[in-house]
Design a binder for this molecule. Structure first.
Ligand SMILES: C[S@@+](CC[C@H](N)C(=O)[O-])C[C@H]1O[C@@H](n2cnc3c(N)ncnc32)[C@H](O)[C@@H]1O
Length: 507
């Protein structure tokens, strides 16, 4: 289930998520009065997912499972999706509203009741659900999770919240300064992320200290808008026209992209068969840029060998495999985790079949990427290091990530990212290229990693990743930063916040 579904009309209309618009054949098994007492199916699902996310689950995995299990689709599924994702995104703002309305910190509320309130407020302030319907349902849910006492508290809070508009609530709970604290409530992000992203906007050369405040505000706002569902038609396996015929429209940057305005991508045959997939366009461009770097042919006429060092779950490997097949190259897709390599195998299934039929070497393997440089020195022509990172560039797709991530995550990731890049360089033959990528613009995971590694070596030079991306893009791709690395941004390019640095090993 993609969050683009949530933007598709249903939840923003007069639908109240109570299942009242079901046709006679789709009747809920519970009677209307009982639905209100316990909350509608869509709301119960949203609450269950929020509770699971509170216990460490991922909304994008949990929600589709819950929707399938409850056999919810159409408008009810869209309602549950918007309710879940929207509530998670705006949690920071809603908690400020709840604290003001209850005159107590949210930490003093039961977790289930807090989630019920956040959901109820999202319906009233962001989904145009009638106040009485949102309140009734919230009361029903509160009673079922925490008993009658909680129900009357929720009733009182919902009534108080409904008395003011979202603008009035903003005026009441958003501080005018300092900037980070204002943005933290208004755009619902932790302060440390706001500060890090502002530094990243300036550090990558998109903003200056003078324009940084406006730029960070635009970026944060973009994280609260559901991301489009970008599809990739894997070259040689599917055609963009096939996706357009299934209702998608042409993508913005990638020659293999199409975009869905709504609906379930799994309903498209090419996606079901793995010939096409959901993939951010920035992600597509990174893989294409690495595949397109001009390289001298091997003197002995042997084929190129490509390596995807951190391949799981296989998004970029899917595109690299298709490009490798088209160019007559071999590819190894590696990941440290068995589970992730299983996912890569699934993603690459059609490409594995095609490679076998063509007599090409396409291998999926499990291994620690930090050891490849020692085990296979100078073996590969093109190496992708899509490094494990905080994912701060993909916050619009992972609504809970902003609350789950901690600054301490960077401490463990930094050495790993550097070791993986060093190993990739060791594994690359002289004259070959290494692409270092992250779906985070954080300077500690991007520029600083590349700078630290490059300054200690005399066998690599950085090439202009912006030019490479622009060459493979269908449109005029600008605003990628000061170079030679490239940084894409959701609020500028409509992609995830992908970083790419390309190194060439001296011949
Ligand atoms: C950002 S994800 C890669 C995404 C992938 N390239 C794609 O497009 O679908 C990072 C991956 O690095 C893997 N990883 C973490 N540590 C690793 C290591 N030491 N060696 C190899 N892979 C590692 C993780 O398991 C994770 O699958």
């Amino acid at each position: 289930m993609s969050d683009a579904r949530s933007g598709s009309g249903g939840p923003r209309g007069q639908h109240d998520g109570g299942g009242q618009r079901r046709g006679p054949r789709q009747k809920s098994r519970t009677a209307p009065a009982q639905r209100s007492r316990q909350g509608s199916p869509a709301r119960r699902i949203a609450l269950a997912v929020l509770r699971a996310v509170g216990d460490g689950a991922y909304a994008n995995l949990e929600l589709p499972k819950a929707l399938r299990h409850a056999r919810l689709d159409g408008r009810d599924a869209a309602f549950a999706t918007e309710l879940t994702y929207g509530t998670l995104r705006m949690q920071g703002f809603y908690d400020a509203v709840i604290a003001e309305a209850t005159r107590r910190p949210t930490s003093r509320l039961d977790g289930g009741v807090l989630d019920v309130l956040r959901m109820g407020i999202h319906q009233v302030l962001a989904m145009r659900v009638p106040d009485h319907a949102a309140a009734d349902q919230a009361v029903g849910l509160a009673r079922s999770v925490a008993g009658p006492g909680a129900a009357s508290l929720v009733n009182a809070v919902m009534r108080r919240v409904s008395e003011s508009s979202v603008e009035e609530w903003r005026e009441r709970v958003v501080p005018t300064e300092p900037l980070a604290e204002r943005l933290a409530i208004e755009h619902s992000h932790p302060v440390w992320i706001i500060k890090a992203l502002r530094q990243a906007l300036i550090g990558h050369g998109l903003a200056t200290p003078e324009t940084g405040d406006a730029a960070i505000e635009e970026l944060l706002a973009s994280h609260n808008v559901p991301a489009p569902v970008s599809l990739v038609a894997r070259p040689g396996l599917a055609d963009v026209d096939e996706l357009l015929g299934a209702g998608a429209h042409v993508g913005r940057w990638s020659p293999f992209a199409a975009e869905l305005d709504g609906g379930d991508p799994g309903a498209i045959e090419a996606v079901r068969e793995g010939r096409a997939a959901v993939q951010d366009e920035g992600s597509q461009l990174l893989a294409l840029a690495l595949a397109a770097v001009p390289l001298d042919a091997h003197e002995d006429g042997s084929t190129e060998r490509w390596l995807d060092l951190c391949a799981g779950p296989g998004g970029k490997a899917g595109l690299l495999a298709a490009e490798a097949l088209a160019q007559g190259a071999d590819l190894v897709a590696n990941d440290v985790s068995d589970h992730r390599t299983d996912l890569v195998r699934q993603t690459l299934r059609p490409a594995l079949d095609a490679a076998q039929a063509a007599g090409r070497h396409l291998e999926v393997r499990t291994g620690d990427g930090r050891e490849v440089g020692v085990d296979e020195p100078e073996r590969y022509d093109r190496v992708l290091v899509d490094a494990p990172c905080t994912g701060l560039g993909a916050l619009r797709r992972r609504p809970e990530a902003r609350w789950r991530r901690q600054p301490s995550d960077l401490v463990g990731l930094g050495p790993l990212q550097r070791d993986l890049l060093i190993s990739a360089i060791e594994a690359t033959r002289p004259g070959g290229v290494i692409a270092y990528a992250t779906c985070s613009p954080h300077l500690s995971e991007t520029t600083f990693v590349v700078r630290d590694v490059v300054k200690k070596r005399d066998d690599v030079e950085q090439v202009d990743a912006r030019e490479l991306l622009d060459q493979v893009a269908t449109g005029d791709l600008t605003d990628l930063g000061a170079g030679p690395a490239a940084q894409m941004w959701p609020h500028i390019h409509g992609t995830d916040g992908m970083f790419l640095a390309v190194l060439r090993k001296r011949g």
